[in-house]
Write a protein that binds this ligand. Structure first.
Ligand code: ADP
Ligand code: ZN
Length: 721
């Protein structure tokens, strides 16, 4: 008689599926989370339908028994199907996808009661510099000794010392404590007519199968209010809801609004959670108890027991595309999850991606429109400032007419926002004497000066150096100049122009946690900030009624580089930041600084002709058979040794199959020719929509081998290239 055997997918991406024997007394089913022995190791894995995966044949007599069954609900079938689809579509190991389902080992086998620590407020008798650093950095934070030590960048011994000295107290956290349940009728809104139509249609969709919907509403039209009604309906039906946000900084304002509508916070899932919070959220999600979850793209693969609707807010945002590991697009995978779960998926955006509009045009997605701002708020007026006619003074970046408007706004007690999508003080430091440019040693990138942090930093690998005093090439002192502006430099200019104005710089350097974002929102709402200078981080989601002027410092920035999506991205970004102006009852104005006011993007923004702009962009894509009319995949070959990368790239290129409707370009240096110390070569595959490129690439690369010093990654549907 055959022994009961099962096929297991472990979380180890280097391993294929493995077969095991089910020991007596253990009952498993597809989806069961198990402990699988491999050599001396114990691996976590998931039991899979054996007929869906191939593995090496192992005789019954060589099968090892499973070592244990983990006490969590089985991973549901729709999610297993989604994992298979994702692995297939993005050419990734199934195990790598499964790691996103089970990212927290603490959730699986950690103890229920977790011991954490927090500051008591009492200073220890002996205050060393290390202890001082530790206490000042952890502030009100709570966490395990290890988490606090990592956060404060001190050793665990220092933290333990603080515990002994009584400066930190022990807190026991119940990892199974239930979350409050949102009340769908806590504070329902009074929807306007247009909103009612959209909300009614979404509510009717909940419980009625797969239904991808583009919720296309201008900024401030109440998209959030509308999809909240779909959430309320799902909660009434006792089903779970996932809201995906593009940015962890947006979590905090979302929590506040959600609480106002539903009476309690939703469950948050993001990279800033402590391991006890992760455990609690994961287990509660998998048991179907956590009703509404809000999170970044990583929350998409969590094992919801009974999902009723998915919302992707700001669905056009490029940050939904993951660029490392499994290179998936969370917006697209969300729609696939909706398909496997048979539920509606709401894509909310004021500036939908061309891909998404195209899906509406070919009838695959429905569209619901909100054409007006809610209440008395009007759409802001947008005007261009031609920098060739109205140039800033020497050494400055803001045109006189923009400065004059900022002054007017200050005098009127209204808030202004200056947008420049560049962190730091200056993107390039140059020696005037010998022409030396400060480059990152690991990347094809300049070192960006960050004056607030007193250093130069590489935005790609994180390499930092102290601000140089002399040129390392010619030894000249006083010859280094900062070229070009970043937000910090604009903040300096504002401080010189308006010494009395209260300013805030908002970038990922200053807003790195939900708590920081909350503090920014509070200060804005309390009127403690007059002028915000920010990167793309301030373009989304925020609602500040007293913000009436937006200045776009350099509208030409995003158009450089000639990327396929450059124009679309620029349009979206400026439209979004413009959408922050005039959201209350005072009208908003947007001034866009450019050297080329006739560029199609700028002309469309000023004339308000979004449909015309989209139509022209879409036609250009159609003519070139670019996405969504054709398909792209990038094959990136990287190695520390340049020659090795080039040699493997050539071999892959030489082995390219001759397939109709497919062309292969390259190899050529990838856009970031060197990244984190690795040389990168790229092949670009361009194919017709109908071609199964993944299949072609799988066969093509499957025939080849290379040394493990060379990495080959495939980026299917690359966002930028
Ligand atoms: P969007 O997400 O489309 O930019 P929001 O949902 O943020 O728009 O709505 C903009 C502002 O208008 C928010 O402050 C919101 O609370 C308010 N608002 C929208 N619709 C209503 C409504 N029906 N009743 C009351 N306030 C509303
Ligand atoms: Zn670097």
């Amino acid at each position: 008689m055959a022994l009961p055997r099962v096929r297991v997918v472990t979380l180890n991406a280097a391993l294929g599926p493995l077969d095991y024997r089910v020991p007596d007394g253990m009952t498993v089913e597809p989806g069961s989370v198990v402990v699988a022995p491999l050599g001396p190791r114990q691996l976590i894995g998931v039991v899979w339908e054996a007929d869906r995966l191939k593995t090496e044949e192992v005789g019954d007599n060589r099968l090892r028994p499973l070592a244990g069954l983990v006490d969590v609900p089985p991973i549901p079938a729709p999610l297993r199907r989604l994992c298979e689809w994702t692995a297939d579509y993005y050419l990734s190991p199934l195990a790598a996808v499964l790691r996103m389902v089970m990212p927290s080992s603490a959730a699986l086998d950690g103890p229920r009661t977790m011991v954490e620590y927090r500051a008591t407020g009492d200073a220890p008798a002996r205050l060393t510099p290390q202890r001082e650093q530790a206490l000042s950095r952890i502030e009100w934070r709570q966490g395990t000794v290890r988490e606090l030590a990592a956060h404060a960048e001190v050793s665990e011994a220092v933290m333990r010392g603080l515990v002994h000295a009584g400066a930190l107290e022990r807190v026991e956290v119940d990892g199974d404590q239930p979350f409050p349940v949102p009340d769908p009728d806590f504070a329902p809104p009074n929807l306007n007519a247009e909103q009612q139509v959209a909300a009614g249609s979404l509510c009717a969709a909940v419980g009625n199968g797969f239904d991808p919907v583009l919720l296309d509403g201008v900024t401030g039209s109440g998209k959030t209010e509308v999809y909240f009604e779909a959430i309320a309906e799902a909660v009434r039906q006792g089903r779970q809801v996932l809201v995906l946000l593009p940015e962890i900084a947006l979590t905090e304002p979302f929590l506040t609004r959600f609480t106002a509508r539903f009476g309690c916070e939703p469950v948050a899932w993001h990279s800033d959670l402590r391991s006890s919070q992760r455990r609690r959220a994961w287990r509660s999600i998998s048991k179907g108890e956590a009703q509404v979850v809000v999170g970044a793209r990583s929350s998409l693969f969590l094992p919801y027991a009974d999902l009723g609707v998915i919302v992707v807010d700001e669905a056009h945002e490029p940050s939904f595309k993951q660029e490392e590991g499994v290179q998936y697009h969370a917006r697209d995978v969300a729609v696939m999850r909706g398909h496997f779960e048979q539920i509606p998926v709401i894509l909310a955006s004021a500036t939908p991606a061309i891909e998404t509009r195209h899906m509406v045009e070919i009838g695959r997605y429905r569209e619901l429109k909100l054409t007006e701002r809610h209440g008395l708020a009007q759409m802001p007026s947008i005007a261009a400032i031609d920098l060739t006619q109205d140039p800033p003074l020497r050494g400055r970046w803001l045109a006189p007419s923009l400065v004059a408007d900022l002054q007017k706004n200050l005098d009127a007690g209204e808030q202004s926002l200056l947008f420049l999508n560049r962190r730091g003080f200056a993107p390039l430091t140059l020696c005037r004497h010998c022409g030396h440019r400060f480059q990152c040693p690991n990347c094809t990138a300049w070192m960006v000066e960050h004056r607030l942090m007193h250093r130069l930093a590489c935005h790609h690998c994180g390499h930092v150096m102290p601000p140089p005093k002399a040129c390392p090439e010619c030894g000249e002192e006083d010859s280094l100049v900062a070229c070009g502006p970043g937000v910090e430099r604009i903040a300096d200019e504002v401080a010189e122009l308006f010494p009395a104005a209260r300013t805030a710089v908002v970038t990922s350097d200053t807003i790195w946690s939900p708590a920081r974002a909350a503090e920014f929102v509070r200060a804005m709402e309390a009127g403690e900030i007059d002028i915000v200078i920010g990167t793309q981080l301030v373009t989304k989601g925020y609602h500040f009624p007293n913000l009436t002027l937006v200045g776009v410092v350099d509208a030409d920035l995003g158009l450089q580089g000639g990327d396929l999506r450059a124009a679309e991205r620029s349009f979206q970004q400026i439209q979004q930041v413009a959408g922050r102006a005039g959201r209350g009852d005072k009208p908003g104005r947007v001034l866009v600084q450019t050297h080329d006011p006739d560029a199609p993007v700028i002309a469309a923004l000023v004339s308000g002709d979004a449909p015309g702009f989209y139509a022209a962009e879409t036609e250009a894509r159609r003519d070139a058979a670019m996405p969504p009319f054709g398909r792209l995949a990038a094959i990136i070959i990287s190695a520390e040794d340049k020659n090795e990368a080039e040699a493997v790239a050539r071999r892959i290129s030489n082995a390219a199959p001759k397939v109709d409707d497919m062309a292969v370009f390259g190899p050529a240096p990838a856009p970031l020719a060197m990244l984190r110390g690795r040389h990168r070569q790229r092949l670009l595959v361009h194919a017709a929509r109908k071609l199964d490129v993944q299949d072609v690439i799988r066969d093509w690369l499957g025939e080849l081998e290379w040394s493990n010093k060379v990495r080959v990654a495939v980026d299917v549907d690359p966002y930028s290239f």
